[in-house]
Ligand binder design. Structure first.
Ligand SMILES: [Zn+2]
Ligand SMILES: [Zn+2]
Length: 199
């Protein structure tokens, strides 16, 4: 029993160490370590295992993302909180995006907070979208991290909160200044226009 745990403990440590030295590893090697063995944590409340991985951006394409300047970098830990397995941490990435309003390209840094509960799958919880499931004593980190990353992806990509967008008439980028199309109409002429419209 003792030997078994020692081996498992070693495996978790080796796994984490491999990811820490990922700069020196080929991408293929980084990917094959996306599974995390949690046996030590499942068995003992209070135990935790940290992880640090880079996500493959394949499958993380969005129309508004031109490219990832840095691979999404995930770091965090899985811990046993009174018998409940929780995953927490964050994913950081730098992207080149297209603004949904003005179509201009802009650089943005995105931080995705990670929070998930990992349980054993059974008939009652199998369809619960809030949960992630153990596969034996392991989890598929890639799947969990990618899912959380996608769920947190902004529905709107704006170069800035108050992006003025493009003029619907002439197409000019209104962030660069007014175009002249939307000139204030003299209220007296506006009334006249309304009268003329009625005829
Ligand atoms: Zn914009
Ligand atoms: Zn215009």
């Amino acid at each position: 029993m003792v030997d078994k745990y020692r081996t498992l403990n070693y495996n978790i440590k080796a796994d984490v160490l491999t990811s820490f030295s990922r700069e020196n590893k080929a991408g293929v090697q980084a990917r094959c370590c996306m599974r995390l063995n949690l046996r030590e944590i499942i068995a003992i409340p209070g135990n935790a295992a940290s992880f640090e991985r880079e996500l493959d951006t394949e499958g993380l394409e969005f129309p508004s993302i031109v490219r990832y300047e840095t691979a999404p970098h995930a770091s965090g830990r899985v811990f046993n909180e009174a018998g409940v397995l929780r995953l927490e941490g964050e994913i950081r990435t730098e992207m080149l995006c297209i603004c949904d309003r003005c179509a201009g390209e802009f650089a943005c840094t995105k931080t995705t907070p990670l929070s998930a509960v990992i349980v054993e799958k059974n008939d009652d919880n199998a369809d619960d979208p809030e949960l992630f499931f153990l596969d034996g004593d392991e989890i598929d980190l890639e799947e969990i991290l990618s899912t959380l990353f996608i769920l947190d992806m902004d529905s709107k990509f704006l170069c800035r909160e108050d992006c003025k967008g493009l003029c619907p008439k002439c197409g000019k980028n209104l962030n660069l200044g007014p175009c002249g199309c939307g000139k204030e109409i003299d209220p007296r002429f506006a009334v006249l226009e309304q009268l003329l419209d009625k005829d």
